[in-house]
Design a protein around this ligand. Structure first.
Ligand code: PFF
Length: 456
């Protein structure tokens, strides 16, 4: 049943603690931090929302992340074979593995589309396309671009080709090396952007918006947004952290690693807020503009800002780099499954899966076209439907299955072994972790899930 000794040693392992953190934080830090977090914070009134979000990360995201790592490292295989190793050949728990597999492929299909936009916007920024344009013209440029049938697809395919190239090169040579180079670049760019934003006259209002809570602006929907986003931003419920967990050496402290990843992810999300909101307020723009914040409001602000030409390029480069270190982790989930469980060679699996996922992405992109958008399912176009199905349905279910599995099904001794590295590490909060995994996290996830489906 428990394959943790036999399987694990034949698989690649990340080379050091720093590598694990870089790679897993690379997965966590993505469009979610730089595109989605700022706009949902803007929409939900700022600081009060951030406080709720931090509680969701600490009380629910962290236990789910630790559970994913435990399943991956103990199970020692892909997302499906890890469940199989721990629960048994025909166990119903394999369902958790399969839906995570489906989730990771679906997220990548629409994530690749938005990531493709960021590549286009790097080029537009470099060509100084936003200079001298009115806000309405910049908005029109964005709508024309995303609804056109060819350009966004070309960008999406380019992005997917880079993603596939990294995964093709392997876990260590590809994913680990790439993340180790890109994450410092990402941190450098975001710090530069914060510096620019904070030195604009009138920046204080943006900081007050981010850090001075006004709970009257927080709604129940905001609380749900916070929990849903905690899942998305930590790459939970789609097998990524289970797969990455299987590449973590058994000597590493899983709990501390998971805490460090949560901190890194949160700090970058807050820095993205610091890079964006002071500038938004300094230029007197409305902060709660939704998804267009990054692709419409920001180019408009950069076009008016001293030094804006260079900062605009840097911003979209940041978005593209962050998206890439996340997309490779999504593709790795199904590549690991196909190569380990189905016996397809890793390189071939990468090519086939990247192609299939890109094709679904093409449909997502086309679904935003002027005519195609009229084709709706449950009132949503295909893109929104894929996003909703994963973020609001699949991720909470698979995330809940992970914590419930570790909390209720795995023997306490095994959980303790994993958390204490077979008794060699002092981990004082095993009891608290198990309590959260058994009760708190599943109940909170169930509430959000039912609410997001309109059932409570
Ligand atoms: N955590 C990523 C972000 O915040 O952009 C999104 C993500 C990455 C979701 C990897 C799922 C995943 F498997």
């Amino acid at each position: 049943m428990d394959a943790h000794n036999s399987e694990r040693h034949r698989r690649p392992l990340f080379s050091s603690r720093l590598s694990i953190i870089t790679v897993a934080a690379g997965s966590a830090i993505g469009l979610g931090n730089i595109w989605k977090f700022p706009y949902i914070t803007g929409k939900n009134g700022g600081a009060a929302f951030i406080i709720v979000y931090l509680c969701c990360i600490a009380l629910i995201g962290l236990p789910v992340l630790i559970s994913d790592f435990i399943i991956g490292r103990r199970g020692g295989g892909s997302v499906v074979s890890s469940f199989r190793a721990l629960a048994g050949e025909r166990s119903p728990w394999l369902f958790g593995g399969f839906i995570a597999l489906f989730g990771s492929a679906t997220v990548l299909s629409f994530y690749g589309v938005v990531a493709g936009w960021s590549l286009e916007y790097v080029a537009r920024a470099a060509c100084n396309d936003f200079a001298g344009k009115t806000p309405a013209e910049i908005g029109g440029m964005f709508t024309d671009f995303i609804t056109s049938p060819v350009a966004p697809i070309a960008c999406q395919l380019l992005f997917m080709a880079i993603t596939a190239g990294v995964v093709y090169a392997g876990v260590k040579k590809g994913i680990e090396t790439f993340s180790k180079v890109m994450m410092p670049v990402l941190i450098g760019i975001i710090l530069l952007l914060c510096l620019r934003s904070l030195t604009l006259p009138g920046a204080e209002a943006g900081l007050a918006f981010l850090f001075k809570p006004d709970f009257s602006k927080l709604s129940a929907a905001g609380v749900l947004d916070a929990l849903g986003h905690a899942f998305f931003t930590l790459s939970l419920g789609v097998g990524t952290m289970i797969t990455y967990g299987s590449y973590i050496d058994k000597k590493e402290d899983l709990a501390v690693t998971a805490v460090q990843i949560c901190i890194a992810d949160t700090v970058i999300a807050l820095l993205a807020g610091v890079a964006i909101f002071p500038a938004v307020f300094a230029f007197g723009v409305e902060p709660g503009q939704g998804p267009g914040l990054v692709f419409v409001t920001l180019p408009n602000i950069f076009a008016q800002m001293p030094g804006g030409y260079i900062f605009c390029i840097l911003f979209f480069l940041l978005l593209a780099v962050a998206a890439l270190t996340s997309s490779i982790s999504m593709l790795e989930v199904s590549v690991a499954y196909a190569s380990e469980d189905l016996g397809v060679s890793r390189k071939r699996a990468t090519l086939i899966l990247a192609t299939l996922i890109s094709l679904v992405g093409v449909v997502c992109s086309l679904s935003m076209g002027k005519y195609e958008a009229q084709l709706t399912f449950f009132g949503k176009n295909f893109f929104d439907l894929a996003d909703f199905a994963v973020s609001n349905v699949e991720m909470p279910i698979a995330g809940a299955l992970s914590v419930i599995f570790v909390g209720w099904m795995l023997k306490r001794r095994k959980v303790e072994d994993e958390l204490t590295c077979n008794g060699t590490l002092p981990v004082p909060l095993v009891g608290a972790f198990l309590f959260t995994a058994k009760y708190l996290a599943p109940v909170a996830i169930a509430i959000v899930f039912l609410h997001s489906l309109g059932m409570i």
